[in-house]
Design a protein around this ligand. Structure first.
Ligand SMILES: [Cu+2]
Length: 112
């Protein structure tokens, strides 16, 4: 689980990576009961800094089983997750809030 310290640390890392023009700093937003991007593409072996922005006035979650990411996103909250995908492949991400995944809050992380 990520706590707020991890989130702040990750946010700092995101800003650092953004400052360096890091390829794998990406952002995704909730837009009602979907994510604004269905596919995220990153490169294997490079650290990823993934910002998830909840634009809605109610709670969501962000889950990616492959990378052991399972976090609640309060209304209007932004969290940043850092991980390094080792293997090329396609990995599912979704909102773990009950009912949301079935409603369409699901997408694919493509690791090239
Ligand atoms: Cu949701």
């Amino acid at each position: 689980m990520l706590d707020w310290k991890t989130a702040i640390l990750s946010l700092s890392l995101l800003l650092l990576l953004a400052g360096c023009g890091g390829d794998n700093a990406i952002t995704i937003q909730t837009k009602g009961m979907v994510f604004d991007r269905e596919t995220l593409t990153v490169k294997a072996g490079q650290p990823v800094s993934l910002g998830v922005i909840n634009r809605d006035g109610y709670a969501h979650a962000f889950d990616m089983d492959e990378f052991d990411i399972h976090a609640a996103l309060a209304a209007k909250e932004t969290l940043t997750f850092s991980f390094t995908p080792d293997k090329p492949g396609r990995y599912e991400f979704y909102c773990g809030t009950p009912g949301h995944r079935m409603a369409g809050m699901v997408g694919t992380l493509v690791v090239e």
